[in-house]
Design a protein around this ligand. Structure first.
Ligand code: CAA
Length: 301
């Protein structure tokens, strides 16, 4: 028997590419009303114009009725603060990869949202256990019933970009995550039309612990002149049937994001195999961040 996720109202924090995609699949596939908050109005406008474009494309290709697109759109509502999310059954945080920022946000969720709301993060490498430790109520210990109940609601739900296209969600259990939280988070990801793979809370989880050394080695090959950019990417596109070569994929993910994940991996393990390449660091110093800034290993118009 499938487990009911019980999510009747969802909150999404962050209207960047990931937050927007998560809001869209939740409204369209799981058919759940979604409250979205981002402190940047510009980000909200960009996010909603992407959502409108994707829904219109699905309608024009006959994959969606206009009425279904309209219903999905009507389930999405922008709110001006986290306070307006007080009735959500789950919040998914998709903001910048910064531990202090996430800990502050999760502390705010614990104070403002319902005590049984699931608190999920879309982080791609930050420790879920550290985030969960931030939600223990003041004056209570981690081992108290209140401490365990509060941090037991925190879970990693890691979507992949582009969210509407990629079929996977990585489900990450913090040391503190309760079984009920894990089961409901999994059921929700499945309701969004995703397959779920589970990972323990290690730096980078399974996905980035494997992907980032691969991307980093590709950059080191380029740095050493082992092969050209195009030949490195061609090798993987045509030799291994990857949809993108590793340098193209690094540009797609964002070179700053790749560097930040690699630093988390390196700092979290002290293993030299995760040390970011100098070329990647220099490109980020130059603000050549890949697609988002118009230049990375490739140029984008
Ligand atoms: N949002 C929504 N849909 C998008 C999209 C976006 N940003 N970009 C492309 N698509 C859709 C297109 O609209 C198109 O849909 P239809 O077939 O319905 O028309 C479909 O994807 C294919 O797009 P294209 O034909 O334009 O291009 P493509 O065939 O080259 O596919 C791609 C594009 C899906 C991005 C493909 O190149 C791909 O799968 N690349 C690898 C992506 C990947 O590995 N993502 C994971 C990155 S790692 C991560 O996210 C997590 C992390 O922690 C770092």
């Amino acid at each position: 028997m499938s487990i009911a996720h019980g999510i009747r109202l969802l909150g999404v924090l962050g209207a960047g590419q990931m937050g927007t995609g998560i809001a869209l699949v939740s409204a369209l596939r799981a058919k759940v009303p979604v409250l979205i908050h981002d402190r940047s109005q510009d980000q909200i406008s960009k996010g909603f114009s992407l959502i409108d474009k994707l829904l219109a494309k699905d309608v024009s290709k006959g994959r969606l009725q206009q009425s279904e697109a309209d219903e999905a759109r009507s389930r999405l509502r922008v709110v001006d603060s986290v306070d307006a999310m007080r009735d959500v059954d789950m919040v998914i945080e998709a903001v910048t990869e910064n531990l202090d920022l996430k800990r502050t946000l999760f502390r705010g969720f614990a104070e403002k949202l319902r005590p049984d709301a699931i608190l999920a993060t879309n982080t791609s490498s930050i420790s879920i256990t550290k985030i969960a430790a931030a939600v223990i109520p003041d004056g209570k210990t981690a081992a108290s019933e209140e401490g365990k109940a509060s941090s037991g609601r925190v879970v990693g739900l890691h979507f992949f970009n582009p969210v509407p296209v990629m079929k996977l969600v990585e489900l990450i259990s913090a040391v503190q995550t309760s079984k009920d939280t894990l089961d409901r988070a999994r059921a929700f990801a499945e309701a969004c039309g995703k397959e779920v793979a589970t990972s323990q809370d290690v730096p980078g989880f399974v996905s980035n612990a494997l992907l980032m050394p691969f991307i980093n080695e590709a950059i080191i090959c380029l740095e050493k002149g082992v092969a050209t950019r195009d030949d490195i990417d061609k090798t993987f596109r045509l030799g291994m049937n990857h949809p993108m070569g590793p340098l193209q994929l690094a540009d797609f993910i964002g070179l700053d994001t790749c560097l930040s994940i690699q630093q988390t991996l390196y700092n979290g393990t002290s293993d030299s195999k995760y040390r970011p390449s100098v070329l990647l660091e220099r490109m980020v110093d130059a603000e050549w961040l890949g697609r988002k800034s118009g230049k990375g290993f490739y140029e984008y118009k």
